[in-house]
Write a protein that binds this ligand. Structure first.
Ligand SMILES: C=CC1=C(C)c2cc3[nH]c(cc4nc(cc5[nH]c(cc1n2)c(C)c5CCC(=O)O)C(CCC(=O)O)=C4C)c(C)c3C=C
Ligand SMILES: [Fe+2]
Ligand SMILES: [Fe+2]
Length: 330
C-alpha cells in the first residue's frame, strides 16, 4: 500500500453481522457452532447448572449429527449458504459506500465479532456502524450482538442499528423480489410470510419481535396490494418444548392444503440471507409437508442475499444511520 492510500484509510467502518454458521457440514463442526450458539444466555435462559449438562450431554451429541446431514444438502462451493451470502452482501455494499470500510462478522463462529472489531481499530477505524442482518429486533439476535459489541475491549466507538422492519427501501426490495418471482414462476393462490419463531415467554416479557414481524408483513402487504384472503403470517423453526409464537408454518401449510389450496408461495422476510432455515426447512421440508397434505406445489421465494436492490437499500440505511449518529454527537 502506498503512503497516500494509507493516509486515506477510512476512519469509519460498516460492519454487517449475521448469526453464524458451521465451518463444515460435519457433526464436529456443527457441534462447535451449536454449542456456542445455544450456550448464549440471550438465546437460552435456563440456568447454566441445569442447561449445560443437558446441552453437552444430550442435545449436542444427538442433534449435531442430524443437523450436519441437513447442512450437507445445502452446502455451496464457497461454504455454508449463510456465510457465502453474507460475505457477498458485504462485497456488494463496499462500492456503494466507497468512503467507508465495509466488513462482516458473525455472532457465533467465524469471522468472530470481537476479533473483527479489534482488527478494524488496528487498521485506524475510529467509528463503526454495526448492522445486524435482522430486520426485526429480538433480544436473542440483535440484542446479543449489541451486548457483545459493548463488552468488547479495544473496539472502535460503535453504534448498533436496532431494526429496519419497516424501512421503505428494504420493504420495496423485498416486494420487488416477490413480484419478480411471480413473474418468472407464476403466482400461487396464497402468499405465506414465514418468520423465525421465538419463545412466547420472551414476547410476553416485552421483546418487540412479533410486533415488528407483523409491521413488516403489513408494509409488504401494502406494497403488493394484497387482499386479506391472499396472505398469511406464520412462524417456523420451533426449538425445544415450551410454547413458541404461532401459528406454526408447517401447520399453516397443512391447513391450506386441507382447504384445497393447490399452490402457495412462501417468503421469509426475517432472513437477510438464505440459510439452513430457509433452504432446508422451508424449501425442502415444508414443501414436502404441503405436497403430502394434498397441495400441488409450494414455491419458495429466496432471500434478498447479495441482490443489487438489497445492497442499495442497506447502503441508504447506513447513510441515514451515520447521519443520525453525527447529529446525536453534535
Ligand atoms: C432457543 C433457540 C433459538 C432461538 C430463540 C432462536 C431465535 C432466532 N434465530 C434466528 C435466525 C436463525 N436461526 C438459525 C438456526 C437455528 N436457530 C436455532 C435456535 C434458536 N433460534 C437453532 C438450534 C438453529 C440451528 C439449526 C438447528 O439446529 O435446527 C439460522 C440458520 C443458521 C445457518 O447456519 O444457516 C438463522 C439465520 C432468528 C432471526 C431468531 C429470532 C428472532
Ligand atoms: Fe434460530
Ligand atoms: Fe430449523
Amino acid at each position: 500500500m502506498t503512503t497516500s492510500a494509507a493516509a486515506a484509510a477510512p476512519d469509519t467502518a460498516v460492519l454487517l453481522v449475521n448469526l453464524g454458521t458451521p465451518e463444515a457440514p460435519t457433526a464436529p463442526a456443527v457441534k462447535r457452532y451449536l454449542g456456542e450458539f445455544l450456550s448464549d444466555p440471550f438465546v437460552v435462559q435456563i440456568p447454566k447448572l441445569l442447561w449445560w449438562p443437558l446441552l453437552y450431554g444430550v442435545i449436542l451429541p444427538l442433534r449435531s449429527k442430524r443437523v450436519a446431514k441437513k447442512y450437507a444438502e445445502i452446502w455451496m462451493e464457497g461454504g455454508s449458504p449463510l456465510g457465502v451470502h453474507t460475505r457477498r452482501l458485504a462485497a456488494a455494499l463496499q462500492p456503494r459506500l466507497p468512503e467507508f470500510a465495509v466488513a462482516h462478522a458473525m455472532r457465533y463462529g467465524e469471522p468472530a465479532l470481537p476479533a473483527r472489531l479489534r482488527e478494524l481499530r488496528a487498521q485506524g477505524v475510529r467509528r463503526v456502524l454495526v448492522l445486524p442482518l435482522y430486520p426485526q429486533y429480538s433480544s436473542t439476535t440483535t440484542g446479543t450482538v449489541a451486548a457483545l459489541v459493548e463488552a468488547t475491549p479495544g473496539a472502535p466507538a460503535a453504534r448498533v442499528v436496532r431494526e429496519y422492519a419497516t424501512d421503505p427501501g428494504w420493504v420495496s426490495a423485498v416486494a420487488d423480489s416477490i413480484r419478480a418471482h411471480w413473474q418468472a414462476n407464476g403466482r400461487g393462490q396464497r402468499l405465506l410470510f414465514s418468520f423465525h419463531g421465538l419463545p412466547q415467554r420472551l414476547v410476553d416479557a416485552g421483546d418487540p419481535y412479533q410486533a415488528q414481524c407483523e409491521a413488516s408483513t403489513a408494509e409488504l402487504v401494502r406494497a403488493l396490494d394484497l387482499a386479506p384472503h391472499e396472505y398469511l403470517l406464520a412462524y417456523q423453526s420451533r426449538f425445544g418444548r415450551e410454547r413458541w409464537l404461532g401459528p406454526a408454518t408447517d401447520d399453516t401449510l397443512r391447513a391450506l392444503a386441507g382447504e384445497g389450496v393447490r399452490e402457495v408461495d412462501v417468503v421469509c422476510p426475517g432472513f437477510a440471507a438464505d440459510c439452513l432455515e430457509t433452504l432446508e426447512e422451508i424449501a425442502m421440508e415444508n414443501a414436502a409437508v404441503f405436497v403430502e397434505a394434498g397441495g400441488r406445489a409450494m414455491r419458495y421465494i429466496p432471500c434478498l442475499n447479495d441482490a443489487p436492490a438489497h445492497a442499495d437499500a442497506l447502503a441508504a440505511l447506513v447513510r441515514r444511520e451515520l447521519a443520525a449518529w453525527r447529529d446525536a454527537a453534535a
